[in-house]
Write a protein that binds this ligand. Structure first.
Ligand SMILES: O=C(O)CCC(=O)C(=O)O
Length: 259
C-alpha cells in the first residue's frame, strides 16, 4: 500500500462552492465548525444517550474480538433490534467481544433527538436523505466498504481514525452474491499482500476525525473506521441524478432484509 495522504481541512464554505470543489470532483474534505450550533454538539455523550433515550429500540450488533461487527460475507451484517440502554451498558464491559455497538436510523429515536441537530445545507435539498447514528466504545471497527450515496459524516463526540480509498483503487470487493456486495475483502489496516497483491497500488487517505469535525465521503469511496475513543457520530446520506433511483431501491431492499 502507498504511504497514506492527509485529507484537506477547511472551514464552512457556501453550498455552491462545496458542490463545485468537492461533490462534482468526488474529493473528500474535512470541514471544521460546521455543526458548532447544534444542541447535540453541546449535549451528546454516552451518559446523555443512556439517560434521555435509554428506552428506545435501536439496531445494534455484537462485536468480535477484533472489535468488528461479526460480518459474514454470505449472510450479511447481524444487526438486531436492541433496547438502547442494554447496548450502552454493554459498552462498559472490559471484554470487547461482550460489547455491542449501535448503528441505527435516527428514526428509531424519539422526535426529541431530531430537534438536537439539523441536516447541513450541503445535503438538505438532496431528494434522498437518510441519517444514521453510530454509538460505540473505543476499539470498534467498521470494516472497509463503500456506499452509493454521498455522505456527510459528523463526529459529534470522541474520535475515529478513518481510512479512505478512491472508487478507482482495486481493494478486492466481495465477489459473492450476498447481503454485503459493498464490502471489501481486505483488512485496510493490515492487508494480506499474498492474497491481495494489487493492494500495493492503492492510495489510502487517513484522518483522525474529532468531535466537531465533519468528513465528506464522496459516493462510492471506500471507508474503514476505527474508534480511537468512545464516540457518537451521525451521517447524512444523500443522492441525486442517476444515482437517486438506485439509492432508493437499495434502501428499500435493506429495509426489507432488515440489514
Ligand atoms: O461510523 C461507522 O462506524 C460507520 C459509518 C459508515 O460506514 C457510513 O457512514 O457510511
Amino acid at each position: 500500500m502507498k504511504p497514506p495522504l492527509p485529507i484537506e481541512r477547511i472551514g464552512p464554505i457556501d453550498q455552491d462552492a462545496f458542490y463545485d470543489r468537492y461533490v462534482r470532483k468526488s474529493k473528500p474534505v474535512v470541514i471544521t465548525g460546521l455543526t458548532d450550533q447544534w444542541t447535540a454538539s453541546r449535549l451528546w455523550s454516552h451518559e446523555y444517550m443512556l439517560e434521555q433515550y435509554g428506552a428506545a429500540t435501536v439496531q445494534a450488533y455484537q462485536l468480535n474480538s477484533k472489535g468488528e461487527c461479526d460480518v459474514d460475507m454470505d449472510k450479511g451484517s447481524p444487526t438486531r433490534p436492541t433496547v438502547l440502554s442494554d447496548a450502552m451498558l454493554s459498552m462498559r464491559e472490559a471484554e470487547i467481544s461482550r460489547r455491542w455497538a449501535i448503528a441505527t436510523s435516527v428514526d428509531h429515536f424519539p422526535e426529541q433527538l431530531r430537534t438536537e441537530f439539523a441536516a447541513p445545507a450541503y445535503c438538505a435539498d438532496g431528494r434522498f436523505l437518510r441519517s444514521m447514528i453510530f454509538i460505540g466504545a473505543g476499539g470498534v471497527v467498521s470494516p472497509l466498504h463503500q456506499d452509493l450515496p454521498e455522505n456527510i459524516y459528523v463526529m459529534v463526540q470522541g474520535c475515529k481514525r478513518i481510512t479512505l480509498f478512491s472508487p478507482w483503487d482495486h481493494v478486492y470487493p466481495n465477489p459473492r452474491l450476498s447481503n454485503l456486495p459493498n464490502h471489501s475483502q481486505i483488512d485496510a489496516e493490515r492487508p494480506d499482500l499474498k492474497k491481495f497483491p494489487d493492494v500495493v497500488y492503492a492510495q489510502p487517505y487517513i484522518v483522525d476525525l474529532r468531535g466537531g469535525e465533519t468528513l465528506f465521503i464522496p459516493s462510492l469511496w471506500w471507508h474503514h473506521l476505527r474508534n480511537l475513543e468512545p464516540s457518537i457520530a451521525l451521517n447524512f446520506w444523500w443522492s441525486q441524478g442517476w444515482k437517486l433511483p438506485i439509492a432508493m431501491a437499495a434502501a428499500l431492499y435493506k429495509k426489507w432484509r432488515a440489514i
